[in-house]
Design a protein around this ligand. Structure first.
Ligand SMILES: *[C@@H]1O[C@H](CO)[C@@H](O)[C@H](O)[C@H]1NC(C)=O
Ligand SMILES: *[C@@H]1O[C@H](CO)[C@@H](O)[C@H](O)[C@H]1NC(C)=O
Length: 404
């Protein structure tokens, strides 16, 4: 339970454990003391996501076929079943909408997204079944408030791998933005269905869970929309090009995603790059979209394959070391070595810390470069292979590492 070596970090349950331990390290509770443990009903139903409701302390956990509500000391309180159900990934629209002629099989529902919508006191739980539909659940008892599934905006992606989708809920700024409710920013791999699903988009989260506008794009016109699709010329360069969204968070006026994607400039051999994607909150046209490579270097070895990440406040010790204030956000990120073995990462990994201030400084440089009127989609494909020391500076800040 206490192990968190780099070798296992690609397994979803280990990622989750890493995050729990990392949070606990910050609470000084992870070292040698007895931990409460919660396990899913079946070992193969691995857990993938964890969300905490700050005001009640309740812990929500998503896994294969289940969403659980636990007490703050991890005692199970409510179990909500999400699968398995009859399905086939080729059924589009999904068979809850329309009969499907594909052969159906009992299919596990893998939890891909689990977020507490604080503004409206409810839980958003999205799975892999039926092209990736979401449930809006009551925090108390996980009762289904709504399960929007009748139009294409309601399908996020049928990919059944965790670690490929992330979401961030941004509540309105009461002073400035009286019209707006809450917004969901969502980044997801699309599993070859780039015509159906955008890779990144922003969606409405109205107060009424049954609202017809639920999960609609914040902006959708013939000319501009709050979404980016994977461009077909990128797919021409790398046939199975896709973007995994490993982590998402908001800080200050921005929303960030940490992604891993194949590079497009090295035909024949697949190199992956980890990137930080940044959008301005409230930018419905996605003109502020910037994406930059991220990774770190230890003993002249490049660590560029992101495995997991976590945002936290710097705290006093780290604040002094990083020249930020205690309340500043810092990003912890685990990378494995190299750029090739993304699916089966090597044992060699490292934990790096970035200040959001530094990431923003790098993104400002990049925004200047990109502001030649290029569409956001163009930035998706610009994954040039560059040695670390010649990069725009995105790698230069690493602070400490554990393990090897
Ligand atoms: C994901 O889908 C593939 C293909 O349908 C299937 O073989 C695999 O078992 C699924 N994985 C999970 C975790 O359900
Ligand atoms: C610390 O940060 C401030 C800005 O917040 C900067 O002016 C100063 O040069 C930094 N000091 C060092 C040693 O980097």
């Amino acid at each position: 339970m206490e192990e968190h070596d780099g070798a296992g970090l690609n397994r979803p349950e280990t990622k989750l454990l890493f995050l729990i331990c990392l949070s606990s390290v910050l609470l000084r509770a992870c070292s040698g003391q007895t931990l409460n443990v919660f396990q899913s009903e079946r070992p193969e139903w691995s857990l993938s996501h964890l969300a905490v409701h700050q005001s009640s302390g309740a812990v929500y956990v998503g896994g294969v076929n289940r969403v659980y509500k636990l007490s703050s000391d991890l005692a199970p309180l409510v179990t909500h079943n999400t699968g398995p159900e009859l399905d086939n990934q080729a059924c589009y629209p999904p068979l809850i909408m329309q009969p499907c002629s594909e052969p159906l099989a009992r299919t596990d529902n893998v939890n891909k997204l689990l977020l507490v919508d604080d503004l409206h006191s409810r839980l958003l739980a999205c799975g892999s079944l039926y092209q990736g539909v979401c449930k809006i659940l009551r925090l108390d008892d996980l009762f289904i408030l709504a399960e929007p599934s009748h139009k294409k905006e309601h399908y996020f992606s049928s990919v059944n791998q965790t670690g490929s989708m992330s979401g961030v809920i941004v509540s309105r700024d009461p002073g400035r933005d009286r019209e707006r409710d809450a917004t969901l920013y969502i980044g997801t791999s699309v599993g070859g269905k780039q015509d159906y699903f955008p890779t990144i988009s922003s969606r409405k989260l109205p107060k009424d869970p049954e609202s017809a506008a639920m999960l609609d794009y914040e902006l959708h016109t013939d000319f501009v929309s709050s979404l980016v699709k994977i461009p077909s010329d990128t797919l021409a360069l790398v046939t199975h090009f896709d973007i995994d969204y490993v982590y998402g968070f908001s800080s200050g006026n921005f929303v960030y995603f940490l992604t891993v994607q194949p590079e497009t400039e090295t035909p024949g051999e697949l190199f992956y790059t980890s990137r930080v994607v940044r959008l301005c909150k409230g930018d419905d046209k996605f003109h502020s979209y910037v994406s930059l490579p991220v990774g770190c270097v230890k003993n002249r070895v490049e660590y560029r394959l992101l495995q997991a990440a976590f945002l936290a406040k710097a705290g006093s010790v780290m604040a002094a070391a990083l020249n930020v204030t205690e309340r500043d956000d810092v990003l912890f990120a685990v990378f494995s070595k190299g750029q090739k073995q993304y699916r089966r990462p090597s044992d060699d990994s490292t934990l790096c810390v970035f200040t959001i201030r530094d990431i923003n400084a790098d993104q400002r440089e990049a925004a200047v470069v990109l502001s030649g009127g290029r569409k956001p989609g163009a930035a998706l494909a610009s994954g040039k292979r560059r040695p670390v020391h010649k990069s725009a500076g995105a790698y230069r800040r690493w602070f400490l590492w554990f393990g090897h």
